[in-house]
Design a protein around this ligand. Structure first.
Ligand code: 3HC
Length: 293
């Protein structure tokens, strides 16, 4: 089956990035949000990204117009019914995802392939809300989606091998490097990344180093683009806390357990960059200042 039309559900941080990448890769793309207000916000962020790319000469004005022309926003789920692939990037809650896919299953032809961008939920458990678990995969993108080169393509024990190969090829058509992962909680990246991020918080709690010194160590000593505490602020402390709880529940291993400081920061609403405060204070976003605990 030649994939021509892609549906994206959710136009938040991840969904808008995914929709932008799909449209930029030549696919007719429909992105759906629950309200006109949220849809507007997501489409504006895509416009801002495309304008920035055009300003720095990475794309021409004509290409920008073509990409935008391939992208349609909607609040109506029925507008997704003739898509060849639908990628879900809504809130990380199992009941919401199961309900959405149940509804999509009822309106889409049996050929449509479903994909979830979940970072920690079990794909099998989402897929069983539909009558097509054999046409269901995980497509896990990374923030910021237009920049990060990876997509984890996740198969379950029920995924049809031909569908899986098609989704690996689709990931490559999006300009990403697809990696094969099976439906183990956290897939590959979060299996490795989450314990590392949690250990950075434990190192801070134990006084091994200051916030800046822990971050600089990994940036300058290991060539990471961001230190772990900066990355935690970037990903969101609430998001990391949520993922760690799911991973701990699955593996019952201390390395996935949330350190007390993370729990307290989330309780206080210090969720990182988006909240204006996490391990750093973002009062001046250009010059984040390390917090003193
Ligand atoms: N959207 C689109 N483009 C963006 C962007 C965004 N949100 N943020 C940055 N960019 C672009 C910039 O325009 C710039 O492009 P250019 O090189 O063509 O001019 C390029 O990215 C570099 O940006 P900056 O110069 O502003 O800043 P940096 O060099 O510090 O790069 C970064 C920013 C790409 C975010 C880099 O710091 C980085 O790679 N950080 C690590 C990000 C990471 O690890 N992400 C994965 C998180 S884990 C995850 O998502 C999984 C989930 O399940 C938890």
């Amino acid at each position: 089956m030649a994939i021509q039309k892609v549906g994206v559900v959710g136009c938040g941080l991840m969904g808008s990035g995914i929709a932008q990448v799909c449209a930029a890769s030549g696919f007719a793309t429909v992105v759906r949000e629950v309200s006109g207000e949220l849809l507007d916000k997501g489409l504006k962020s895509i416009d801002k990204n495309l304008n920035r790319l055009a300003e720095k000469g990475a794309i021409t004005e004509a290409a920008k117009g073509e990409i935008r022309g391939r992208l349609k926003g909607t609040t109506v789920i029925e507008d997704l019914k003739n898509c060849d692939v639908i990628i879900e990037a809504i809130i990380e809650q199992l009941p919401a995802k199961r309900e959405l896919f149940g509804a999509l299953d009822a309106i889409c032809p049996p050929t449509t392939i479903f994909a979830s961008n979940t970072s920690s939920l079990t794909i099998t458990e989402i897929a069983t809300a539909t009558k097509r678990p054999q046409r269901f995969v995980g497509l896990h993108f990374f923030n910021p989606v237009p920049v990060m080169k990876l997509v984890e393509v996740v198969r379950t024990i029920a995924t049809d091998p031909a569908v899986y190969e098609e989704m690996l090829a689709f990931g490559a058509k999006l300009g990403k490097t697809p990696v094969r992962a099976h439906d183990g909680t956290g897939f590959i990246v979060n299996r490795l990344l989450v314990p590392y991020l949690l250990d950075a918080i434990r190192a801070l709690e134990e006084g091994v180093g200051s916030i800046e010194d822990i971050d600089n160590s990994m940036k300058l000593g290991c060539g990471h683009p961001m230190g772990p505490l900066t990355l935690l602020d970037f990903v969101g402390l609430d998001t990391t806390y949520y993922i760690s709880q799911i991973m701990f529940e699955e593996f019952k291993e201390r390395r996935f357990a949330a350190p007390p400081l993370l729990k307290r920061m989330v309780l206080a609403g210090w969720n990182g960059r988006k909240a204006g405060r996490g391990f750093y204070d973002y009062a001046d976003p250009q010059k984040p200042k390390a917090m003193k605990f």
